[in-house]
Design a protein around this ligand. Sequence first.
Ligand SMILES: Nc1nc2c(c(=O)[nH]1)N[C@H]1C(S)=C(S)[C@@H](COP(=O)(O)O)O[C@H]1N2
Ligand SMILES: [Mo]
Length: 411
Amino acid sequence: MNDADHSDLSRRFFLRCGAALTAGGAVAARASAELPPELTPAIAKLESYFTVPAKFQDVSRGRPVPHTLPPDKKKEVGLTRETWKLEIVSDPEHPATLGKQFKKQDNTAIDFDALLKLGEKHAVRFPKIMTCLNLGCPLGMGIWEGVPLRELVWLAKPKENLRRVHYYGYHNDDPKQMFRGSLPIGRVLEDYDDLPPVIACYKLNGEWLSPARGGPVRIVAPEHYGYKCVKWITHIVLSNRFFANDTYGEQNNDVDSPMKTFAATLHVPDTVKANAPIPLTGYAQSGISGLAKVQVWANPKGMGWDANDPYFTTAPWADATILPPPVKWGGELPDGAIPKGTTGFTAAGKPKEWPMRLAKAFWAALMPGLPAGEYTLRCRTVDAKGAAQPMPRPFKKGGRCDIEEVAFSVV
Ligand SMILES: Nc1nc2c(c(=O)[nH]1)N[C@H]1C(S)=C(S)[C@@H](COP(=O)(O)O)O[C@H]1N2
Ligand SMILES: [Mo]
């Protein structure tokens, strides 16, 4: 998918990507005992909690896209674990004062073995949903594993004049194809607000990171949208710049806002019988502000709503049920088990809190029957601070999220 595709994404696409998500069909989430049996068929159709590699959606630029290069070429340009090299350098335009730099030209670049060696001591793994700021639906949910980026920064023995870390990956040696991300040094060094660290990631769901997902190594920034998670990483540039220089910023995107909380539907029947309960399912993304509730509301089509309340804050929303942790996690995890030491999970592989922040959750609701007519279903979330989400927010370029609207008929 390229940026031209992003810019003309229509609302229809946004709604339809929910339907694509159900295609997996694995029975991953089981309703708790108190959920009505009418919901069982729709819940049984939910995809697995963690995304199987083949279903992960791809947002990769490049001509050709680096992960499509033939094996020999991948080897030649460092896109295999055996040939990967990482440079850690000072920004020539805004130099940071470093004790050491790591460069290919003088044979000091970091290789994959050296990264794994750091991993023996420092590796972390955490669940995260990967979402594109410009698309409505998440690309996939995984457990990402790697070395905290700060461990690589420390190798360069920074002394002063370091305010921002920027990074880029293999881009066919064409400056126009470079995809750059950046973070303030403070975020790289500290994990505030209980966040996991920003990592140089080399495993997803317990397996080596595939070329399509950005392997051998990509950056994964836990609270951020996909564009901060640069793939095929080759360069870490330590800079005294005090502002972002992300490639995504050049495309009118807000490059400072973390992931938002919102909900979308997966199963809404096209047509239901009058006065028969209506089974609904969906997913929610728990963003930086957490997730307390998912709510649904059906309104007769064309009935409109208070013009002074365009975000339906006073509508009679009803709570859906956030489904409990799945019995089977899916995602082709080795032995089906959560890798040991995954942030947010107990030693027995149970989540410490649910729903998990910066992750997804499935929801279900059995809406009471309605008289015959055409309706618009809407769903929204309430975040952990009690604020309804998505907030009144017309700014799509800070992370696309809407109060979803789905039409259905009662006959
Ligand atoms: N090198 C590189 N990294 C990249 C991109 C890219 O085009 N090139 N796309 C970014 C964007 S915009 C998103 S949303 C995520 C998508 O991650 P995925 O393809 O693993 O789903 O990758 C990010 N990392
Ligand atoms: Mo993206």
